[in-house]
Design a binder for this molecule. Structure first.
Ligand SMILES: NC(=O)c1ccc[n+]([C@@H]2O[C@H](COP(=O)([O-])OP(=O)(O)OC[C@H]3O[C@@H](n4cnc5c(N)ncnc54)[C@H](OP(=O)(O)O)[C@@H]3O)[C@@H](O)[C@H]2O)c1
Length: 298
């Protein structure tokens, strides 16, 4: 299937180097995040793997070092389901790193049973959107100082089944795990769009993307029958390395240097849903996110 896809659209590749650049990748201990870390480390970047489980992170960083041939890889604790952890992580980066050129908001949870973050947010909107919104806010001064810089947020085509429930963003009245995932991935696209506008003229560009249907741990909360279906369709899906390509493309492709706020898939611009282009909704989500996180961000 990948070969067929490549026949119609040759696989993207680039020899672009990232020497002297610093990259943070959330959820880099497995799946798409780990493959993104390997690729960007190979290009010469300092790669900071921001992970919630330090034991898994240490094991993964050894793999990233081995597979990239670069020693310039570190892992740091970041739990996006806990604003205290996000603040501690951001403080450590802001104090310890002279620059941050690329932030990849990659970590995610999908269709998990109803759960709450430490701050009381529904887990999927909490980790996938609010966590990355707060992280980006706290790192933004350093990112702006490091311009040209890029902020890449991994969304999903699942955003197109979603809507933003401004009255009940935390699904407190009723919880549908698929709708909550779709909402969080639509939020990623709206955040990227609003952020691009706010960062106009700063040299910081923003991108959101669908990585494809990728065989990773993300599927862990699917039911038994759904897992079987996923196994059956696996020949038509991507492996983690293939799934990382659009993240890498958004992080390094020179022709995107003047583009900001867009949505990408298969290493090319893509169409998101009408809701993903709704600037009024994007502003309402922005305001709500600031209120929920008790921050002021104009
Ligand atoms: N796989 C697909 O088909 C697909 C399709 C569309 C979009 N995506 C998106 O791609 C991104 C990467 O997913 P993946 O497929 O690579 O899944 P994955 O293998 O499950 O990786 C997800 C990563 O997020 C981390 N994470 C989860 N909760 C976290 C938290 N509270 N704090 C910090 N890190 C946390 C995980 O850490 P642990 O290992 O500790 O759990 C893991 O490192 C996600 O945003 C996902 O929505 C994936």
């Amino acid at each position: 299937m990948q070969a067929l896809r490549n026949f119609f659209r040759p696989a993207w590749s680039s020899a672009e180097r990232l020497d002297d650049k610093t990259v943070v990748i959330t959820g880099a201990n497995t799946g798409i995040g780990k493959e993104t870390a390997i690729d960007l480390a190979k290009r010469g970047a300092k790669v900071i793997m921001a992970c919630r489980d330090m034991e898994r992170a240490q094991a993964a960083s050894k793999e990233v070092i081995e597979n990239s041939g670069s020693e310039n890889v570190v892992c740091m604790k970041l739990d996006l389901a806990d604003s205290k952890s996000i603040k501690e992580f951001a403080e450590a980066i802001n104090k310890g790193e002279p620059k941050l050129n690329i932030l990849i908001n990659n970590a995610g949870v999908m269709v998990c049973p109803l759960g709450k973050t430490e701050d009381g947010f529904e887990m999927q909107i909490g980790v996938n959107h609010f966590g990355h919104f707060l992280l980006t806010y706290l790192l933004l001064d350093l990112i702006k100082k490091s311009a040209p810089a890029r902020i890449v947020t991994v969304s999903s085509m699942a955003h197109s089944w979603g809507s933003i429930n401004l009255e009940d963003i935390n699904s407190e009245k009723s919880y549908d795990k698929k709708a909550a995932y779709a909402q969080s991935k639509l939020a990623n696209i709206l955040f990227t769009r609003s952020l691009a506008k706010k960062l106009e003229g700063t040299g910081v560009m923003t991108y959101s993307l669908h990585p494809g249907v990728v065989q990773t741990d993300l599927w862990r909360h699917l039911s038994g029958p759904q897992q079987i279906v996923m196994k059956m369709v696996s020949p038509f899906t991507k492996n983690s390395s293939q799934g990382a390509q659009t993240s890498i493309y958004c992080a390094v492709e020179p022709s995107l240097a003047k583009e900001s706020g867009g949505y990408y898939s298969d290493c090319a611009p893509a169409n998101c849903s009408a809701a993903g282009k709704d600037d009024d909704l994007a502003q309402k989500l922005w305001d709500l996110s600031c209120r929920m996180l008790s921050i002021e961000w104009d």
